[in-house]
Design a binder for this molecule. Sequence first.
Ligand SMILES: *Cc1c(COP(=O)(O)O)cnc(C)c1O
Length: 230
Amino acid sequence: MIRENLKTVREKIKDACKESGRKEDEVTLIAVSKTKPVPMLMEAYECGCRDFGENKVQELVDKWEQMPKDIRWHMIGHLQRNKVKYIVDKVYMIHSVDSFRLAEEISREAGKKGVTVSILIEVNVAGEESKYGISCEEAAGLVEEIAALPNLVIKGLMTIAPYVENAEENRQYFEKLRQIYVDINRKNIDNVYMAELSMGMTGDYEAAVTEGATYVRVGTGIFGERFYAV
Ligand SMILES: *Cc1c(COP(=O)(O)O)cnc(C)c1O
């Protein structure tokens, strides 16, 4: 199942690139493997996946320990400051930085471990109350503040669009995130060159690709539905 799903997702990304005049290698597919067991991740690995996304620190660390070391682990979920120390030297990128205090903690822990951490700033583009992320208006200011911290590099922006039936409804938010990204790059802030836009999930990744996503985060579309124990 995973093999076929991956084939479908990759073809759709390729088509969306073609449609929007982008190169296929501009888009990286992150296999969002939260709640799924290691053998399923290994199946995706065997099919060529090297980028995996997790949203819980403990789960990321467990899987990091069990899986091949050439995997790039992406922390895509809300991150508590007291857990930063467990992952700074294991993650390839943290997509969910939305406050100066969190960035400060990442900077401090990265310094202790002697690593540089790549981060994205999470923007709540749709202004949903239930979501984490900085507001559109505050994004540039936060980037500027964080850019002064050592041991981390801001690589771009991330958003989680609303859950919608029709992906076209989210196109406006992807466009908006891209606009914020372009505006920030024009400011020529020291230490900041944004190159990544992490947007699009199973329901809307094709729209996100045509609007400029460089990372799409697909879980259900690869691994199937998630079942949460209650
Ligand atoms: C779970 C999750 C995804 C993947 O969601 P699907 O709809 O299963 O593709 C993407 N991004 C974030 C931040 C997530 O938490």
